[in-house]
Design a protein around this ligand. Structure first.
Ligand code: SDX
Length: 432
C-alpha cells in the first residue's frame, strides 16, 4: 500500500480511495470500497485498465518491452535454462537446485504415461477434430483418471504430484493426438529421454523410420516453450484463475484455459499468422492489398501476429524467436518463403504510420509458426505447442490464486445494465 490516496468527487461528496503500489513502482487505485461508500461501480469493458489480482509470478513492462518470470529476465532464462527448469521456477517461485531439478526430471518420466482407457478416447473423435478440442477434452478428463490431491494430501507436499502429472501427461496427450490424426502407431514416452526430446520422439519416431533427435531442435523447443511459459493476466490465464476461483480443481480449470487460448485473437494467432502468410504468398505477394485491408476502418481484417494489449513496443519474445528462426533455418539449410514474406511484411508495417501511431509491432505469435514448421510440426498443432508452453504459468496462477485469501474470492464482475427497465407480463394469447 502507498500512503497516498485518490479522491473521487461525486454528488458533492469526496471519497478517498487508497493507492496500491507494486514492487516495480506502478500504482493502482484500490476501488474495492467505492460501491459501499458511493453506490457507484466502475466500468472497464475488456478489462483494458483493471487489475484483477495481486501477483508475484510474472512482470511485464509494455512500454519498455520487459518480461520477467519471478524476477528473472526472459532473455536470461531462454538462453540458459531448459523448459522444465523454468516450469519449476514459475510453480515453486525459485529455480531448482541440482537435486530438485533431477527429481523434477524423474517425475516427468514417472508420470509420462496416460491411462490406457484414455487412449480409446482418440478413436471417437472425428478424423478432422481440432487438436485443441482434443487437448481440452483429454485434459479435463484427467481429473477422473487421476483424482487430484489436496495440498495436504500430496505425499511430497504442495501440488508436486498433481502438477508433475499434468505437465508430463499433457505432452503425451499432444503427441498421441498427432499420431492418431495421422493414423500412425503411438510411440510411448521413454525413460532415457528428457522432456523435449521425449515429445519430439513421440511425435516423429516411427517403427519403419526411426527419428533422429537433433540437439538443435531440442534446444529450439526448450526456448519456445520457455518464451510461452507465462504472461501475467492474459485471457487464458485469467480464465484459469476465474474458473478456479469457483472452487474448480486444477485439471478442469486448465481445460478451460486451453479453450480460451484457442481463440485467433490469443494463442490461436500462431496458426492464423501462417494462414495469412500463405495467403499473401499465394496472392503474388500483394502486401499492399493485405496492409490496406488491415488499415481500412470498415474492414474487420487485421494483420494477425501484430499488436498487443500490453506491449506498445517490440514483444521481447518475438525478438528472441525471430533470431532463433534465422539461426535454425540457416543451420538446417532451409529456405522458407514464409519467412521472407513475414520479414517483408514486418518491414512495410514498421514504415507505415497507421501501425506506428498505434504502436503495433510483431508479437510472440508472428514468427513462432515458422520454427514449428521447420521442426515438422503441423500448422493445426501450433496452438497446442503454445498450450504446452503456457501450462506452468497457468498452474502457478491457479495455485497462487488459491493460496491468497483475497484473490481466491469467486470472480464475479459487475455490469452497466442497458436493457428494458420493467414491463407488465403479457400472456401468450395477447402477444404480437
Ligand atoms: C497473444 O495478453 C497477452 O499477454 C496475450 C499473449 C500471451 O502471451 O498470453 O501475449 C499472447 O494473445 C498475443 C496476441 C495474438 N493476437 C494477434 O496477433 C491478433 C492480432 N492482434 C489484434 O487483434 C490486437 O492487437 C490484440 C487483440 C492483440 C490486442 O487488441 P486490443 O488491445 O484490444 O487493441 P485494439 O483492438 O483496441 O486495437 C487498437 C487499435 C485499433 O485501431 P483504432 O480503433 O484505434 O483505429 O489498433 C488496431 C485496431 O484496429 N489494431 C490493428 C491490429 N491490432 C490492433 N490493426 C491492424 N492489425 C492488427 N493486428
Amino acid at each position: 500500500m502507498s500512503n497516498q490516496t485518490a479522491q473521487v468527487h461525486l454528488d458533492g461528496q469526496i471519497y478517498e480511495l487508497p493507492i496500491v503500489e507494486s514492487t516495480t513502482g506502478e500504482r493502482a487505485i484500490d476501488i474495492r470500497s467505492l460501491l459501499r461508500l458511493s453506490g457507484h461501480t466502475t466500468y472497464d469493458s475488456g478489462f483494458m485498465n483493471t487489475a484483477s489480482c495481486e501477483s508475484g509470478i510474472t512482470y511485464l513492462d509494455g512500454n519498455n518491452g520487459i518480461l520477467r518470470y519471478r524476477g528473472y529476465d526472459i532473455e536470461d532464462l531462454a538462453e540458459n535454462c531448459v523448459f522444465i527448469e523454468v516450469a519449476y521456477l514459475l510453480i515453486n517461485g525459485e529455480l531448482p537446485d541440482h537435486e530438485e531439478l533431477e527429481k523434477f526430471k524423474y517425475d516427468m518420466i514417472r508420470y509420462a504415461l496416460i491411462h490406457e482407457d484414455m487412449i480409446h478416447f482418440f478413436d471417437h473423435f472425428p478424423p478432422n477434430a481440432s487438436p485443441m478440442s482434443i487437448l481440452s477434452t483429454m485434459t479435463g478428463s484427467l481429473h477422473d483418471f487421476y483424482p487430484e490431491m489436496d495440498l495436504e494430501e500430496d505425499p511430497y507436499g504442495g501440488m508436486t504430484t498433481t502438477t508433475a502429472r499434468l505437465l508430463s501427461k499433457i505432452r503425451t496427450i499432444a503427441a498421441f493426438s498427432y499420431k492418431k490424426s495421422m493414423g500412425l502407431p503411438l510411440v510411448y514416452p521413454r525413460a532415457d529421454l528428457n522432456y523435449c526430446s521425449n515429445f519430439l520422439n513421440m511425435m516423429f519416431d516411427r517403427p519403419n523410420m526411426p527419428y533422429k533427435i537433433e540437439p538443435l531442435m531440442v534446444s529450439a523447443l526448450n526456448k519456445l516453450l520457455i518464451l510461452h511459459a507465462d504472461h501475467e493476466q492474459n485471457c487464458s490465464t485469467s480464465t484459469v484463475r476465474l474458473v478456479g476461483s469457483a472452487g474448480v480443481r486444477l485439471y478442469p480449470s486448465i481445460s478451460a484455459g486451453i479453450s480460451a487460448l484457442w481463440g485467433p485473437l490469443h494463442g490461436g494467432a500462431n496458426v492464423a499468422v501462417i494462414r495469412m502468410l500463405e495467403l499473401i504468398y499465394a496472392d503474388d505477394c500483394d502486401f499492399d492489398k493485405y496492409i490496406g485491408m488491415a488499415k481500412d476502418p470498415d474492414n474487420p481484417y487485421r494483420l494477425t501476429g501484430f499488436g498487443h494489449r500490453v506491449y506498445k513496443t517490440y514483444d521481447p519474445r518475438a525478438k528472441i524467436i525471430k533470431a532463433a528462426t534465422h539461426d535454425i533455418l540457416s543451420q538446417l539449410n532451409i529456405s522458407d518463403p514464409l519467412l521472407d514474406i513475414a520479414q517483408e511484411l514486418e518491414y512495410r508495417v514498421q514504415k507505415d504510420d497507421y501501425f506506428i501511431s498505434r504502436n503495433l509491432y510483431p508479437n510472440v505469435d508472428f514468427y513462432s509458426g515458422i520454427i514449428y514448421r521447420a521442426m515438422g510440426i503441423p500448422t493445426n498443432m501450433f496452438t497446442v505447442m503454445f498450450a504446452l508452453g503456457r501450462l506452468p504459468g497457468w498452474i502457478a496462477h491457479w495455485q497462487e490464486m488459491h493460496m491468497d485469501k483475497e484473490s481466491s474470492r469467486i470472480g464475479r464482475p459487475r455490469q452497466v445494465y442497458n436493457g428494458i427497465v420493467k414491463r407488465p407480463f403479457v400472456p401468450v394469447g395477447q402477444r404480437g
